[in-house]
Design a protein around this ligand. Structure first.
Ligand SMILES: O=C(O)c1cccc(C(=O)CC[C@H]2O[C@@H](n3cnc4c(=O)[nH]cnc43)[C@H](O)[C@@H]2O)c1
Length: 257
């Protein structure tokens, strides 16, 4: 909710929210918890879809859903296109949410559970050296972690029951016990790994928009075992989570960081 002064009066308008998933199945799982497509504000309030370069927005009330692609680079490019288009239309987003399925670190994040990021961290952005991995920040560049607004993380953790911790972004899905152990050692607060959160967060940060990441666990992080995937259960958990957290997102005041 945004409070504005208009003609001497205080008015409120809902914050516009962009939810970026990787693939259409995740986007549709989020949509399953929302009102029918459409809603305002929109250039054409009856138009439930808006085509942008490379991506299509699906509008559901205050939430616009975007299947932004797999991996941090495509997710960043797609979210950046949506943020720029909204800003140019004069209806900027007030919050970006990265949502989808993820690998969970046992025992904190079992398959079918939900996790919430209080830190969104790029786990493999840096340089390998004979003394180990150096994050890009130690090479003198950029950032490797974005932090969602604490008030929002606390409220969403309370309504969903999801634990809050670090959600890692990787460009390569972990497939061995050794890599899982190395990630765990480097990031003791890690609950899950996925492939888009950091890219979404970089795009949001470039526009000065806060970011959130919420993930439903489809598989354990560890030795590759496609038989252990439970994508249906994770998508169902995502729908259930958005049923609970959407009212919190819609009433969130961006000044409460
Ligand atoms: O082929 C494999 O062994 C394999 C294992 C896990 C995930 C994949 C994917 O291609 C899914 C990538 C997609 O889903 C998210 N995701 C889900 N689980 C994980 C994971 O364990 N590690 C990283 N990403 C995961 C991710 O955000 C992508 O959108 C293949």
């Amino acid at each position: 909710m945004v409070v504005q002064a208009q003609e001497g009066r205080l008015t409120t308008s809902p914050v516009r929210i962009l939810v970026a998933t990787a693939v259409p199945a995740e986007r549709d799982a989020v949509a399953g918890a929302l009102p029918e497509p459409g809603g305002t504000p929109s250039p054409n309030p009856r138009d439930p879809e808006v085509r942008l370069p490379g991506v299509t927005l699906h509008r559901h009330g205050a939430l616009d859903l975007l299947a932004a692609g797999v991996g941090p680079a495509l997710a960043a490019a797609s979210v950046s296109a949506a943020l720029t288009a909204a800003a140019l239309r004069g209806t900027p987003y007030g919050l970006v949410v990265s949502a989808g399925i993820a690998g969970g670190f046992a025992p904190a994040a079992p398959v079918g559970s939900l996790v919430l990021a209080d830190e969104i961290t790029a786990a493999d952005l840096g340089a390998e050296t004979s003394d180990g991995f150096l994050p890009v920040t130690e090479l003198g560049f950029g950032t490797v972690t974005h932090r969602p607004p604490g008030s929002l993380v606390r409220e969403i953790a309370a309504v969903t029951g999801a634990p809050a911790g670090t959600v890692l972004t990787v460009s390569t899905v972990t497939g061995t016990a050794a890599r899982a152990a190395a990630l765990r050692q480097a990031h003791p607060r890690a609950l899950a790994e996925a492939m888009e959160g950091f890219g979404v967060a970089e795009a949001a940060a470039a526009h000065g928009v806060p970011v959130l990441e919420i993930r439903a666990v489809s598989n354990p992080v560890g030795p590759r075992d496609r038989g252990a995937w439970r994508i249906g259960a994770a998508l169902a958990a995502l729908t259930e989570a958005f049923g609970k957290l959407t009212p919190v997102l819609e009433s969130w005041n961006p000044h409460d960081r």
